[in-house]
Design a protein. Structure first.
Length: 153
């Protein structure tokens, strides 16, 4: 795992996100987090940009980087655990800091087919399980980074 220390000037993770997640690592733009709810494979990307609430507020280069990192996270999550439907959302109704939810859903999961927000009670990961899952996701993320940056022969 590579939690890293690099942040954008003035960036601080929203306290609610810090309370609800486990750190996975730091990509060039985003902090990568695992939601502490074992019912779903649910990760977040949080761009390390102070005061940004919406995707359109990011400069073009950051928007491109965000989508690249989102693609990499999706592939990493799929390598760890597949599902029937991938969900991607940027809501911000309760936490104003820009963050993208990435979820692999399964038909018949505890919230299916409704959104996961506000459905049922979260089931926290055991500490060792969360640590192991974060490490697996980080390995897949760094493998995805290597693959996505290889030049074709």
């Amino acid at each position: 795992m590579n939690p890293g220390s690099a942040t954008g000037a003035g960036f601080a993770l929203h306290p609610q996100l810090a309370a609800d997640t486990h750190p996975i690592g730091e990509l060039p733009l985003c902090r990568v987090l695992l939601m502490d709810d074992a019912r779903f494979l649910w990760c977040l990307l949080v761009p390390r940009r102070a005061g940004v609430r919406e995707i359109h507020e990011l400069p073009e280069s950051d928007r491109r980087q965000l989508w690249d990192e989102s693609h990499r996270l999706t592939l990493a999550m799929r390598a760890v655990r597949t599902g029937d439907k991938f969900n991607l959302a940027a809501l911000g109704n309760q936490v104003p800091q820009l963050h993208l939810h990435h979820l692999w859903r399964r038909v018949g999961d505890t919230a299916w087919p409704a959104p996961v927000w506000g459905t049922g009670q979260a089931i926290p990961y055991a500490a060792a399980t969360a640590t192991a899952l974060c490490r697996r996701l980080w390995r897949q993320l760094t493998d995805a980074a290597a693959v996505s940056h290889r030049k074709a022969p």
